[in-house]
Design a binder for this molecule. Structure first.
Ligand SMILES: Nc1ncnc2c1ncn2[C@@H]1O[C@H](COP(=O)(O)OP(=O)(O)OP(=O)(O)O)[C@@H](O)[C@H]1O
Ligand SMILES: [Mg+2]
Length: 279
């Protein structure tokens, strides 16, 4: 059953959320991104796919300003302003970048939970970036943990080290959800997880995407994945990287039939890539 067939897709505003133009990045003179052009529209679910090492995480890091590209442009919507202007990220000072990033959340490939309890992990951002008092923060954290189907009373005060892989991934998603982001990035949210946990995460991504933000705005979701079942269920727009460029960009249904040798070969390799250990 496809999640996308039995739930409404959000009214996709056609406004642009993020545009990368001629984006290039090399490490030690070895090019990884060689002129990426991609436009993400508000309300879209986009999956970035491609062989291991092809540059998916490097692309995400360039889009989110964690890495500085060698050439090209990344324009993003500034949700801190009512008129939602598109702003060039490259060259912004770190305070201004942080201001833009306050409206995004990133679920990292290895979760990036810090030492401390589940509550500490989910509450920190709210303490630092909102005026909510601790009682309201607790309520928000509990709601976020419940939304990822965790037993809130059981996990709230558990230390990071005691979580299973699937629980840690849920906590990482709950931490992101608690911030009510306009854009949510996921780097391999189901890699190395068993099919049942993965299935739950597919639903979480879908439900989070379709839950309107406070104020009723749609969210944009961008994920990196090797999970064919995730693609089948969410039916996102697929952007495939190969050799440092975009070799396919279109609906999942077309990706399956695309006359692109790299895509055909990659589709065969997806199950093995997705099964590899997450760490
Ligand atoms: N900080 C860095 N310094 C040097 N090389 C790097 C750095 N970060 C990434 N690379 C290289 O860039 C290439 C792309 O890496 P990236 O992590 O984006 O791959 P990926 O497509 O996300 O792969 P996977 O599916 O395994 O996560 C790799 O060859 C990697 O070794
Ligand atoms: Mg990666």
């Amino acid at each position: 059953m496809s999640l996308s067939n039995h739930q409404p897709t959000p009214v996709a505003a056609t406004a642009v959320e993020m545009v990368a133009t001629s984006l290039s990045k090399a490490f030690n003179n070895r090019p990884v991104l060689r002129g990426i052009n991609v436009t993400i529209r508000r309300g879209e679910i986009v999956a970035v796919v491609g062989h291991s090492g092809c540059g998916k995480t490097v692309l995400l890091d360039n889009l989110t300003g964690l890495l500085q590209p060698d050439a090209g442009s990344v324009r993003v919507v500034d949700h801190s302003r009512a008129d939602r202007p598109l702003i060039e990220m490259i060259g912004l000072d770190s305070d201004r970048k942080d201001q833009i990033r306050l409206h995004w959340a990133i679920v990292f490939q290895h979760n990036a939970l810090f030492t401390g309890t589940v509550y500490d992990n989910c509450a920190l951002w709210l303490r630092e970036h909102t005026t909510l008092n601790e009682r309201k923060i607790t309520a928000r954290v509990r709601e976020a943990l419940a939304s990822v189907k965790l037993d809130v009373d059981d996990v709230l005060h558990k230390p990071r080290e005691s979580l299973s892989g699937g629980m840690a991934k849920r906590v990482a998603i709950a931490r992101a959800v608690a911030t009510d982001p306009a854009v949510i990035f996921y780097d391999e949210p189901t890699t190395g997880l068993d099919p049942v946990v993965s299935g739950n995460i597919h639903e979480l991504i879908w439900n989070t995407h379709n839950r309107p933000r406070q104020g009723g705005e749609v969210r944009t979701s961008l994920m990196i994945t090797h999970d064919r079942e995730l693609l089948r269920r969410l039916s996102p727009r697929v952007v495939m990287l190969e050799g440092g460029i975009v070799v396919f960009d279109g609906p999942y249904e077309r990706f399956l039939l695309a006359d692109v040798p790299a895509a055909k070969q990659y589709l065969e390799h997806m199950p093995a890539l997705n099964a590899r250990p997450a760490e």
